[in-house]
Ligand binder design. Structure first.
Ligand SMILES: *Cc1c(COP(=O)(O)O)cnc(C)c1O
Length: 473
């Protein structure tokens, strides 16, 4: 494709993109296709002769679009938000056009230096400890894995990297019973083993119980094991629980354990001074992850890992063969040594575009709006006689279940709520997801789309109520 053909097509595409955002409410929120329906429409092999872009674009609209769930739809209340804002998309258009792989400072100096500056902007905006240094990763899962690997190496004097697992038998890790599945994955991949990940019980507010943590640590030490890392969560996925990082941090500090804070979703809310209660004790943390690609208007992927001592990451990950040596040496940062991949995406450009377009003030206003919408709706839910508010609104997430009068059998309640969720999502008008809370099947309501207003949350609630009551009849 020549640059002039590209120009012609790009104009058509950007018109479509603007129309898409304008008409986003008209698309079914959750895709309505059945398994295999998309595959059946795709050619079984790549074409031998090239095809015109007009035909490819038409197939995108006819085949692919119906198989998409529309995450930017204001009626999307599933999982967590992943906001793709226009300034972020514009930055990604530039990034993709330049197609640079930012594997070292030299391979694109601006990518490294802008990333360093953006990490400083975010550290200030979130009011994180002054010594923290950040690096972008593709996901919270990858950021957490980096923390598990660095903690493993630090706890063994960097011996496992050299000698393999023989050097590190008995390492243990800790998190709450409500921690995200990415913690289980990191414990497996980093070689701790699932059996050595202690799931500490939570209290009635879904927060890790610090006394139970210390008891587990002491028991492991007494048994000759080596506690290496503890994860505290800010904003658990199931019910927006918050661990007390100050209390946990003191314990970790006492026992020389790496404290990693998983704030993948809730971390963005630290731009709000009124939410800083949740980061009390952050000075104890060795690392902290949050995803601007969830709630900070930066499109996927963009996770940020902050660490107190980048040296621990570098000692864990740095490998410099001849073909990667550069004359700038130690004068520059090479972020490849702060994580797993060599080739890295230029993520900081979209951060720069988003932070400058909205300003901190603009982003604060958006997050406050989401939180207020969730709180207002949770109050309405709490007042309904045939619904339980299972987890109150904390930040912009709450959980509820339908509980009609006289129906008290737990498995019947699970079944009717599952039917309710499926009926709602099959309507295409709203998208919600479920979790289990104290064994009960509950429905999560997560607010956070750029276009969501009170009319969406209110209409959504009306639909939930009517659907539920018609199922009960
Ligand atoms: C979303 C989330 C994750 C996983 O994030 P990825 O970037 O998809 O890996 C982990 N922990 C918490 C608390 C989350 O909200």
């Amino acid at each position: 494709m020549t640059p002039d053909e590209f120009r012609k097509q790009a104009h058509v595409f950007t018109d479509w993109m603007a129309d898409y955002l304008k008409n986003i409410e008209n698309y079914p929120v959750r895709s309505q296709v059945k398994p295999g329906e998309i595959t059946a429409q795709l050619a079984p092999a790549a074409p031998y002769a090239g095809e015109p872009m007009e035909r490819i674009f038409q197939d995108f609209k006819d085949i692919i679009l119906p198989g998409m769930s529309h995450w930017q739809n204001p009626n999307f209340f599933a999982f967590f938000p992943s906001i793709s804002s226009p300034p972020s998309v514009l930055a990604e258009m530039l990034t993709n056009t330049m197609g640079a792989i930012c594997l070292s400072w030299q391979s694109s100096p601006a990518a490294t230096e802008l990333e360093t500056r953006m990490m400083e902007w975010l550290r200030e905006a979130l009011d994180l400890p002054a010594g923290f240094q950040g690096v972008t990763q593709d996901s919270a899962s990858a950021s957490t894995l980096c923390a598990f690997l660095a903690a493993r190496e630090k706890a063994t004097g960097y011996a496992i990297n050299e000698q393999g697992f023989a050097a590190g038998a008995g390492l243990t890790a800790y998190c709450s019973a409500e921690a995200h599945s990415s913690i289980d994955k990191a414990a497996r991949i980093a070689g701790y083993g699932s059996l050595n990940l202690r799931k500490i019980p939570v209290d009635a507010h879904f927060s890790l119980q610090p006394e139970q943590l210390e008891a587990a640590i002491l028991a492991d030490i007494a048994a000759g094991r080596k506690p290496a890392i503890c994860v505290a969560t800010l904003g658990t996925t199931s019910s927006s629980g918050f661990d007390d990082i100050e209390a946990i941090g003191r314990i970790c500090n006492r026992h020389g354990i790496w404290l990693h804070v998983d704030a993948a979703w809730a971390g963005s809310a630290l731009i709000l001074p009124e939410c800083r209660w949740m980061s009390k004790g952050m000075e104890y943390a060795d690392s902290m992850v949050f995803n601007p690609h969830k709630w900070l208007y930066v499109s996927f992927d963009c996770s940020v890992l902050f660490v107190r001592d980048p040296g621990a990451l570098i000692q864990t990950f740095e490998v410099t063969p001849e073909y990667l040596k550069a004359r700038e040496g130690n004068q520059v940062i090479n972020y490849r040594d702060w994580g797993i991949p060599l080739g890295r995406a230029f993520r900081s450009l979209k951060l720069w575009f988003v932070l400058r377009t909205y300003g901190i003030e603009g982003l604060q206003a958006e997050l406050r709006r989401h939180i207020a919408l969730a709180e207002a709706l949770a109050q309405v839910v709490a007042a309904e006689p045939d619904f339980d508010l299972v987890a109150p609104a904390r930040l912009a997430l709450f959980c509820f279940r339908f509980h009609p009068k006289g129906l008290d059998d737990e498995s019947a309640l699970d079944r009717i709520n599952e039917r309710l969720l499926n009926a709602l999502n099959d309507s295409g008008e709203i998208y919600l997801t479920q979790t289990r809370s104290a064994g009960k099947y509950v429905i999560r309501f997560s607010v956070g789309q750029a276009a969501t207003e009170a009319r969406h949350t209110e209409a959504g609630w009306l639909r939930i109520k009517e659907t539920a009551r018609s199922l009960a009849r």
